[in-house]
Design a protein around this ligand. Structure first.
Ligand SMILES: [Mg+2]
Length: 232
């Protein structure tokens, strides 16, 4: 599978591929469950309600910590058993807003691997989410310099990959999407005719899970980001 014929275009996901992200959302959710202190609902049952709220709101508002804060507040309004006290919603929102101040924790081997790949191939950082939040994370991560191009989109669906490929005049035979999400990185990139490298992350957000569609020879699965060196 190792491309022997020169330069490739590598489109690389950011959250939970280059740096930890979902662990902070999970922490915020745990704080929310403690604060809600529901008499009968389990954390998993509360999560199901929150997922419903998130799925509905993502279509309107998109992703990111600020939107997650709004989703937690709505979830609290729906599930709180007693009378909601003044300040409760602010407290709930603060659990999510704190995510914006969390340290950028790069995944092992990312810097060295990007330096290696950037010298050999064309790298595009391809991430979805709130444009300002994502831009801030890229700046704080310090890895922006390794990328020749950056694209932040609202949703990484098949259309988004097709658009990126067309706008950047990417040769599909030499273009790979690298990421941790079957739903946002792997399946839509394959559907758009690109190749893909799946790097599973054990703490991937539940709403990013999806069965990977079968393909012929266009999918590579590796264990760690640093393993990209062996293939590119
Ligand atoms: Mg990701």
């Amino acid at each position: 599978m190792k491309p022997a014929d020169g330069k490739q275009h590598l489109l690389i996901d950011a959250d939970d591929t280059l740096w930890e992200n979902n662990i902070y959302f999970e922490e915020a959710f745990e704080q929310f469950v403690d604060f809600l202190d529901h008499a009968s609902m389990s954390a998993a049952e509360i999560r199901t309600v929150l997922d419903e709220i998130e799925i509905a709101n993502i279509k309107i508002h998109g992703y990111g910590a600020a939107n997650f804060a709004r989703n937690l507040a709505q979830c609290y309004e729906r599930l709180a058993e007693g009378e909601i006290q003044q300040g409760d919603l602010r407290t709930v929102m603060s659990f999510a807003e704190r995510i914006l101040d969390c340290p950028m924790q790069l995944i092992k081997g990312v810097v060295e691997t990007l330096a290696y790949l950037g010298a050999r191939h064309e790298l595009t950082l391809f991430t979805k989410g709130h444009p300002e939040e994502q831009k801030l994370k890229i700046d704080r991560s310090g890895v922006g310099e390794y990328f020749h191009h950056t694209a932040i989109v609202k949703e990484k669906d098949t259309q988004a990959y097709a658009t990126l490929a067309r706008e950047r005049a990417l040769d599909k035979e030499r273009t790979w999407m690298v990421g941790n999400s079957p739903k946002s990185d792997i399946n839509p990139a394959l559907a758009a005719g690109l190749k893909a490298v799946f790097i599973p992350h054990p703490r991937t957000w539940g709403l990013e899970h999806e069965e990977i569609q079968p393909v012929d020879g266009r999918l590579l699965v590796i264990e760690a980001f640093a393993d990209l060196r062996r293939h590119f």
